[in-house]
Design a protein around this ligand. Structure first.
Ligand SMILES: [Zn+2]
Length: 334
């Protein structure tokens, strides 16, 4: 079947299949979803379980195939109903009606990541020229079948419901900054020590720190409005960031952020007033404090005003159009 159907000519296609009579340890899935697994290591596992398997081209498909058998839904799981296209339609433009997708999204509360209203992006339609017509993700199998019936589209050839780890955050591990490795996906606490700035292309960067070290965080341009929240962060704010770690330079690519505490931000509004003369003191120069011209009283405390913050504490996520498959939507957390 793989020989017949796989698009071996596609550069990105490296399939593999694995048949096992016994599940490998759950930890082999955990390592694959959170860190880096080598093909060598996967082949060792397959050998020790007497697996029947075959890999094609660079054979990396074996890694995912093995990890998915090792997965179990014991911690969390979701479902995806996948509807397939008629074979003669493969590769051509898909017809899936947006209005019916929005209607389904509003009616079927256990589904998620269907439609990005702000960016008008229908997320149930794949980007690749694969045989999938659409995929609806949710937590209730029964409701997925109802959701499918609400979608107006070209003819569906057949459909299937998969049990999945999508929308579970199982790729993330809680850690400290000094332990972060490239390509991991992490949850880490810190205080903002470098204020957010925007670079050409619209990507926003800032730096957080915990007792073990410092790391840069990024909200890239495709995360759209999420960047508005990020730009409001300021020195001293306490956050918990969620995201994948890019290697060079070491940066957390934000998927979610929990803003736990907003530091009071103040600005100087005027020079201090002399308690004796009731007049404003004069500045003696940068960081030199203030002095009353009349009586000579000194002070180093100007009058401050608290700046109103434009964000609130709480959990924020990237929009549906920028969401990674594994990211747990706030809808599922709340
Ligand atoms: Zn005075």
């Amino acid at each position: 079947m793989v020989d017949y159907y796989a698009r071996i000519d596609d550069e990105e296609t490296n399939p593999g299949f694995v048949l096992l009579t016994k599940k490998p340890y759950y930890s082999s899935y955990e390592k694959a979803v959170r860190e880096i697994v080598t093909l060598e290591n996967t082949k060792k596992i397959l050998g020790s379980y007497n697996a029947y398997y075959r890999g094609y081209k660079n054979c990396r498909g074996l890694i995912g195939a093995t990890a998915s058998i090792a997965w179990s839904s014991e911690n969390d799981n979701t479902y995806e109903l996948i509807a397939y296209r008629k074979e003669q339609k493969w590769g051509s433009k898909r017809f899936v009606d947006n209005d019916s997708t929005k209607k389904m999204d509003k009616q079927c509360h256990s589904t998620f990541d269907n439609y990005d209203y702000k960016h008008k992006h229908n997320r149930i339609i794949p980007n690749s020229p694969c045989p999938v017509l659409f995929g609806i993700r949710g937590t209730d199998e029964e409701e997925l079948i109802n959701a499918k019936s609400l979608i107006i589209s070209e003819e569906i050839d057949c459909w299937l419901i998969f049990e999945t780890n999508q929308g579970t955050d199982e790729h993330l591990q809680k850690t400290t900054i000094n332990k972060i490795q490239p390509y991991q996906s992490v949850i880490v606490d810190g205080r903002v020590v470098k204020v957010p700035f925007t670079v050409e292309g619209g990507h926003v960067f800032f730096t957080i720190k915990d007792s073990s070290g410092e790391i840069d965080c990024a909200a890239y341009e495709p995360t759209k409005n999420f960047r508005k929240i990020i730009r409001e962060l300021n020195l001293g704010d306490k956050v918990e960031v969620y995201g994948g770690v890019r290697k060079d330079p070491l940066t957390i690519n934000l998927e979610k952020i929990n803003i736990k505490y907003l530091e009071k931000q103040v600005e100087k509004v005027e020079n201090p007033i002399c308690p004796k003369c009731d007049k404003h003191m004069k500045s003696k120069g940068i960081n030199q404090g203030y002095r009353c011209n009349k009586c000579g009283t000194k002070s180093d405390k100007p009058i401050f005003k608290e700046i109103k913050r434009n964000i609130n504490t709480g959990l924020y996520e990237v929009p549906v159009c920028a969401r990674r498959h594994l990211s747990k939507p706030i809808k599922r957390i709340g």
